[in-house]
Design a protein around this ligand. Structure first.
Ligand SMILES: [Zn+2]
Length: 472
C-alpha cells in the first residue's frame, strides 16, 4: 500500500509501527456552528482510508478531536448570551448527527480539548523545563521556534524565509515574543472568557497544543498517520510536530496525509461570497450518500468542486449502484436454481477481476476515483449477467463482492434496515392491491395507486417476472 506523505512529498510504502495495527489521528472541527461541506471532506476521506485499512485486516485506532474552546465559540456564546459549553455541546451533537448521516464510522475516541487541560499543562511544563518554551510578563507561554532545528520540516519552509515574511506583521500585545514565529501554548483569560488555573496564569491553551496532547494520550508518542485538510499543514501541523517532538524526544508521525480544498462553483467557499453551504443544507435536498459519493469521486489530493450539476450527476451515478443492488436482491428473492453453472463460474472470475482493480486503485494512495470505476465495472457484470435463471450461489457471490467494495467506500447501496424492510413490505402491499385492481379491470384505482407511489418517488416497472419497483 502506498501513501503520499506530505513530509517527504513522495509516495511511500505503508509500514505500520505495530504489525496489523494502525494508529490514526484526524484533526476535527471547531464546534461553533453546523459543519460546512468543507469540513465534511476530511471526515469522509479519512473515514474511507480507515475503512480500507479495516478491509485489509488492520485494527485501526482512530482518534478525532472536537475543538471546544476557541475564539469563535466564545464569540458565538456571547452573541447568544449563553455559555461556551452550551454552544460546543450543541454543535458536537449536531456534528455527530451529520457524521452519522454521512455514514462515518464512530471514532475510537473523540476527545474534547476542554477535558484534556491537565495534559496540556503537563506538556507545556515539559517544554519550558527543556528550554523550548518561555513565559512572558502577562503569563503567556510561547514556543520558541528558533530552538527547534527541525521547524519547517512538514511545510518545507526555511526558517529565515518564514521570519522575513512574519517580520512585516506587527501584532499588538505580542511584543514580548522573542521571534515573530513563536506561537502561543497558553494565554491569559480575557473578561468573560472560560479559563483554567495554570502555573502561569488563569487562562486557556493555544489551539495547537491540544492535538499534540490528545494524540499522545490516546495513540502514543509516535503514531502511524496524522491527517487533516491541507490548510492545516502550516502552521497547525508544523507546530504540532515542534511541540510533540521537543516534548517527547521522539518522532511524532510516520505519515502525514492532507486532503485538498473544496470549492463551490469553482470559488473558494466563504460567508462573504454567500456560497457557504452546511452539510445539513445539502442533505436536506439529497440523500446524504450522494454527498459522500461526490466527495469520493475525486482523488483526495485533488481540489474538488461542488456544484448543483455535479450533485445531480453524483445522484444519478449513485442511483445506478443502488438500482443494481435492488435488482440483484429481487432476483435473489426469486431465485429458482441453486448450483453454479459453468458460464456463471466464468462471470465470477470477471467479478474477481473488478475487485483486484478496486484494490489496486486503493493501494495507490487511496485513489477512490478509480476505485469507483472498478465498482461500476462490477455493476456492469451484475446488470448484464443476472436474470431470472441465475443461480442463488452465483447471485449471492456477486452480492458479497458488491457489498464489500461499496462498504469500503462507506456507500450504503442496500436499503434494508429494519425501518426500510417495513417500508418495502408496505410498498409490496400497495403493488398487490394494484395488481388486484387491474385484475378486476378497475384501472382508475390501479392508476391511482401507481400515482401515489410515484409521488413518493417510487417507480413501478412491469417485467416478465412481475412488477418491480425502485426509487427514483
Ligand atoms: Zn489538530
Amino acid at each position: 500500500m502506498k501513501i503520499f506523505n506530505t513530509e517527504s512529498m513522495q509516495l511511500e510504502e505503508f509500514k505500520p509501527i505495530t504489525p496489523g495495527k494502525v494508529s490514526m489521528y484526524v484533526c476535527g472541527p471547531t464546534v461553533y456552528n453546523l459543519i460546512h461541506i468543507g469540513n465534511a471532506r476530511p471526515m469522509i476521506v479519512f473515514d474511507t482510508v480507515r475503512r480500507y485499512f479495516e478491509y485489509k485486516g488492520y485494527q485501526v485506532n482512530y482518534v478525532s478531536n472536537f475543538t471546544d474552546v476557541d475564539d469563535k465559540i466564545i464569540k458565538e456564546a456571547q452573541e447568544e448570551g449563553v455559555s461556551s459549553e452550551e454552544i460546543s455541546e450543541r454543535y458536537i451533537k449536531e456534528c455527530r448527527k451529520d457524521m452519522e448521516d454521512l455514514n462515518i464510522e464512530p471514532a475510537t475516541v473523540n476527545p474534547q480539548a476542554t477535558h484534556e487541560i491537565q495534559g496540556m499543562i503537563d506538556m507545556i511544563r515539559t517544554l519550558i523545563d527543556k528550554g523550548y518554551a518561555y513565559v512572558v510578563d502577562d503569563g503567556t507561554v510561547y514556543f520558541e521556534v528558533d530552538k527547534d532545528p527541525n521547524y519547517g520540516v512538514l511545510s518545507h519552509r526555511n526558517l529565515d524565509d518564514l521570519q522575513s515574511g512574519f517580520r512585516q506583521i506587527q501584532v499588538t500585545g505580542q511584543d514580548q515574543k522573542r521571534s515573530p514565529l513563536d506561537f502561543v501554548l497558553w494565554k491569559p483569560k480575557k473578561e468573560g472568557e472560560p479559563y483554567w488555573e495554570s502555573p502561569w496564569c488563569e487562562g486557556r491553551p493555544g489551539w495547537h497544543i491540544e492535538c499534540s496532547v490528545m494524540s499522545r494520550r490516546y495513540l502514543g508518542e509516535t503514531i502511524d498517520i496524522h491527517a487533516g485538510g491541507e490548510d492545516l499543514v502550516f502552521p497547525h501541523h508544523e507546530n504540532e510536530i515542534a511541540q510533540s517532538e521537543c516534548a517527547n524526544g521522539k518522532e511524532f508521525v510516520h505519515y502525514w496525509m492532507h486532503n485538498a480544498f473544496l470549492n463551490i462553483d469553482n470559488h473558494k467557499m466563504s460567508k462573504s461570497l454567500g456560497n457557504f453551504l452546511t452539510v445539513r443544507d445539502v442533505n436536506s435536498h439529497y440523500d446524504p450518500q450522494v454527498l459522500r459519493y461526490l466527495m469520493l469521486s475525486a482523488h483526495y489530493r485533488s481540489p474538488l468542486n461542488f456544484s448543483a450539476d455535479l450533485m445531480e450527476a453524483a445522484k444519478a451515478s449513485y442511483g445506478r449502484m443502488v438500482n443494481a443492488m435492488t435488482n440483484l436482491d429481487f432476483h435473489i428473492a426469486n431465485a429458482k436454481t441453486e448450483g453454479l453453472t459453468e458460464a456463471e463460474q466464468k462471470t465470477l472470475e470477471d467479478a474477481a477481476a473488478c475487485r483486484k482493480e478496486f484494490e489496486a486503485a486503493m493501494d495507490d494512495d487511496f485513489n477512490t476515483a478509480d476505485a469507483i470505476s472498478a465498482v461500476f465495472d462490477l455493476v456492469k457484470v451484475i446488470n448484464t449477467n443476472v436474470n431470472e435463471d441465475s443461480s442463488l450461489v452465483f447471485m449471492n457471490t456477486l452480492k458479497k463482492e458488491f457489498m464489500e467494495l461499496t462498504d469500503v467506500l462507506g456507500l450504503i447501496v442496500e436499503r434494508q434496515s429494519a425501518a426500510s424492510e417495513d417500508e418495502a413490505a408496505r410498498i409490496e402491499e400497495k403493488i398487490r392491491e394494484r395488481q388486484e385492481a387491474r385484475k378486476n379491470k378497475n384501472f382508475a384505482k390501479a392508476d391511482q395507486i401507481r400515482d401515489e407511489l410515484k409521488a413518493e418517488g417510487i417507480v413501478l416497472e412491469d417485467t416478465r417476472e412481475g412488477v418491480k419497483w425502485h426509487r427514483e
